[in-house]
Design a protein around this ligand. Structure first.
Ligand SMILES: Nc1ncnc2c1ncn2[C@@H]1O[C@H](COP(=O)(O)OP(=O)(O)OP(=O)(O)O)[C@@H](O)[C@H]1O
Ligand SMILES: [Mg+2]
Length: 456
């Protein structure tokens, strides 16, 4: 047998769950690592709303979190702004002065500054700490609830459900997908929120400090957004490719390892090597692009912000010489212009995390919304002594509605009787035991044990 092409391998080892034929009982093994997080969320609004409903019971704490974020942002803006009176107090004509107080010794002056700066930063640190702690506890409680609900649902799902998805795929919802939601809730949401507030606050403070210098910084914002967006889009695209290639390779390895004896018996080693190196090479190429674009984001944006920084500083110097700006304001402004680009950079980087988490949340909710097993049983097993009188009457069943496996089968097993099923492979022996255990609902006919239908 000659080795397959890359496309054929990708098709086989990257199957969509619904293309897999057999599952729970005697089915083929599935690659444990399906490509994950490769899909875009379908209905973002609905998913976000549903995620928020998990946070809703913690309203009070969330309000505290918002307050803490506001306080820490204000403290951070203040901390930067305080440089202005400090510097101006030192270089100004008047003797050392700070917030209207004048000092006759530099030591007193420095001590006063230290106290004020210390208080501002302390407030910032305490509120950041509180915000982080509160948000972490709220998020983890919600995640605990999601995990519980998911597991409860899993116990109620019919066997048919597990035919569709590989075990690895279902497990990845508990681990990967839930983790992504966790990261998004306690990390991304907070940084997006505080980033936006910081952005607005910084902008306001910049306007207050100096309008002309603000214009320079604002001019660079679209440049920043364009560059950041471009790189984020590219890296997102290649990241998906990389994950898919990884999934394909994992599937191939899993099958080859578990089928080593078959490989040896059929002298398939050479072909395996060829096919594997094909997949390996494909993975390397995709990894290169994904990691390249992922890695250049920081440096590119960093260098762009250096240009805006240098321009601001240069122009600020000129304004200072002409008395249109004071030195303290320039120092503060240069600081702000650095700070201004950080949230933009951050937001464009967090977008992919958000998409991954929302797509994960959709997969988690999809399980929660699956139809559970029907339970219409009326007979209680307590006090019931089973004899084991098993009757199958005109049973018709197919896993697929189109493909009937059992056609009008009637069987009778006397209590205590041992019966052997004999037949060619695929005849339906396992299927009979499956329907007898009510792993699947039969389409026609009845199955009774001691005259009690198994549905009861
Ligand atoms: N989970 C499943 N989903 C869809 N089709 C299935 C599933 N399990 C079995 N089938 C199909 O049902 C038919 C009967 O399969 P079954 O496993 O009952 O055969 P069997 O007699 O037990 O065979 P073997 O001797 O190989 O164990 C086959 O055509 C098989 O492809
Ligand atoms: Mg079987």
């Amino acid at each position: 047998m000659s080795s397959r092409t890359l496309e054929e391998l990708q098709k086989q080892y990257n199957q969509k769950p619904q293309e897999k034929k057999r599952g729970a009982f005697g089915g083929r093994r599935h690659p444990p690592h399906e490509p994950r997080n490769t899909s875009k969320p379908k209905d973002m609004k609905k998913t976000i709303g549903r995620l928020l409903s998990y946070l809703a019971p913690y309203k009070f704490r969330l309000i505290l979190v918002v307050v803490c974020i506001l306080v820490s942002t204000v403290a951070s803006l203040m901390g930067a702004y305080i440089m202005r009176p400090i510097i101006n107090g030192l270089v100004g004509q008047k003797a050392l002065s700070f917030f209207g107080f004048s000092f006759n010794s530099i030591l007193h002056y420095l001590a006063a500054i230290l106290v004020v700066v210390g208080i501002v930063y302390l407030v910032g640190v305490v509120s950041s700490y509180l915000q982080f702690r509160l948000m972490l506890s709220v998020t983890l409680k919600s995640i605990e609830k999601i995990r519980n609900e998911l597991f409860q649902k899993l116990e109620k799902l019919p066997v048919r459900f597990f035919d569709g998805d590989s075990n690895g795929e279902i497990m990845s919802r508990f681990t990967n997908d839930v983790d992504n939601i966790d990261v998004m809730l306690h990390n991304t949401v907070i940084s997006l929120f505080s980033g936006s507030i910081l952005l607005l606050g910084t902008f306001g403070m910049m306007l207050v400090t100096n309008i002309w210098l603000t214009l320079v910084t604002v001019f660079f914002v679209p440049v920043f957004l364009k560059l950041g967006g471009f790189i984020a889009k590219k890296s997102g695209k290649y990241y998906i490719g990389q994950q898919a290639a990884l999934g394909t390779m994992n599937g191939y390895i899993e099958e080859t390892v578990s089928g080593q004896k078959v490989v040896k018996v059929f002298n398939h080693e050479e072909t395996c090597l060829e096919e594997f190196s094909l997949l390996n090479q494909d993975l390397r190429q995709k990894q290169f692009k994904a990691q390249f674009y992922g890695g250049i984001m920081g440096p590119v944006l960093g260098n762009t912000s250096q240009i805006s920084y240098a321009l601001t500083a240069g122009l600020g110097g000129v304004l200072c010489l002409h008395g249109l700006c004071d030195i303290g304001a320039l120092a503060v402004f240069v600081n702000y212009s650095r700070q201004f680009t950080r949230p933009i950079d951050m937001i464009s980087q967090q977008m992919s995390t958000i998409f991954a988490a929302l797509a994960g949340a959709e997969r988690v909710f999809a399980i929660m919304d699956s139809e559970p097993e029907t339970e219409e049983g009326q007979v209680f097993s307590e006090g019931l002594r089973m004899r084991g009188d098993v009757v199958l009457k005109d049973v018709t069943f197919g896993y697929d509605p189109e493909k009937v496996v059992l056609k009008g089968i009637s069987l009778y097993a006397h209590p205590g009787q041992k019966i052997a099923f004999v037949g060619s492979t695929g005849a339906g022996k396992t299927t009979v035991t499956n329907v007898l255990n009510r792993f699947y609902e039969i389409d026609k006919g009845t199955i009774t044990i001691d005259d009690i239908p198994i549905q009861e």
